[in-house]
Design a binder for this molecule. Structure first.
Ligand SMILES: C[S@@+](CC[C@H](N)C(=O)[O-])C[C@H]1O[C@@H](n2cnc3c(N)ncnc32)[C@H](O)[C@@H]1O
Length: 203
C-alpha cells in the first residue's frame, strides 16, 4: 500500500516526532465553534491523533467519534478525554475501510487527508461522502505545503502531502459538494505551513 503505515505513525508517537500536534485544539476549529458555523451534532474526526479536537467538540456538547488506526493515537485520545472529563468514542480503524454504524451530520477533517498518500485520496473522499447524511458538513482544513520537488520534478513528497486547492476541487466536485466562495481563512500550522479552512456541504 502506498504511503505511511500504522507502524510509521506509531514510531512517530513513540519517539515524540509529532510536530503536527498543537498541544490544544486548532484555532480554526475554535473559530468555527465560536461563530456557530459548527453547532452540536453527531461528528466524526478521522485521523484524530492525540484527540485535542475530539475533546473540545465533546466539551461543547457534540456526539463525537474519533477514528485513528494507530494504537498510540487511540490511547492518547482516550486518555486525553478522560483527563478532560468528557465523553467521546474513539475507534481504532482505518479510515479507508471504516463503516460507521450510523451516518454523521458532520466530519472535521484536519491533517488526515494530508497524512494519506494521494493514491488513496479518491477512496478517502468517497468514504467521507458515504459517512455523511445529505446536507451534512465536511469541515475541512486543507493543508498547504507546496514543495519544490513536486513542481520541479513531479515528486510525491509527504506526509504531509500538499492539498492543492485545484486537487481539492477535483476530489470534492461541485456536483457532489457545495463549495463556499473563496477566499478561505488561513489557519497557521505548527509545521509553519498553513491550512485553508473550507466548509463543504454534501449534496
Ligand atoms: C499528522 S497526524 C494528525 C493528527 C491530528 N489530526 C492532529 O491534527 O493533531 C495524522 C493521524 O492520522 C492517522 N492516520 C493516518 N492514516 C490513517 C488511516 N488510513 N486510518 C486511520 N488513521 C490514520 C495517524 O495515525 C495520525 O494519528
Amino acid at each position: 500500500m502506498a504511503g505511511p503505515t500504522p507502524d510509521f505513525w506509531q514510531e512517530r508517537f513513540d519517539t515524540g516526532q509529532t510536530g503536527w500536534d498543537r498541544g490544544g485544539p486548532s484555532p480554526g476549529l475554535l473559530a468555527w465553534l465560536d461563530s456557530g458555523a459548527l453547532a452540536p451534532c453527531r461528528i466524526a474526526v478521522p485521523g484524530c491523533g492525540s484527540g485535542w479536537e475530539v475533546a473540545e467538540l465533546a466539551r461543547r456538547g457534540f456526539d463525537v467519534v474519533g477514528i485513528d488506526y494507530t494504537a498510540a493515537a487511540v490511547e492518547k485520545a482516550r486518555a486525553h478525554c478522560r483527563q478532560q472529563g468528557v465523553q467521546a468514542k474513539i475507534v481504532r480503524a482505518d479510515v479507508l475501510d471504516h463503516a460507521p454504524s450510523a451516518p454523521f451530520d458532520a466530519v472535521y477533517e484536519q491533517t488526515c487527508l494530508c497524512a494519506l498518500h494521494p493514491e488513496h485520496w479518491v477512496r478517502y473522499a468517497g468514504q467521507l461522502r458515504s459517512w455523511l447524511a445529505p446536507g451534512g458538513r465536511l469541515a475541512a482544513m486543507f493543508m498547504q505545503t507546496p514543495r519544490p520537488g513536486a513542481t520541479e520534478e513531479g515528486l510525491i513528497q509527504g506526509p504531509p502531502y500538499h492539498c492543492d486547492i485545484n486537487a481539492m476541487r477535483a476530489l470534492f466536485p461541485e456536483a457532489a459538494w457545495v463549495w463556499p466562495k473563496p477566499p478561505y481563512a488561513r489557519v497557521l500550522h505548527p509545521s509553519k505551513a498553513h491550512e485553508l479552512a473550507v466548509m463543504l456541504v454534501r449534496r
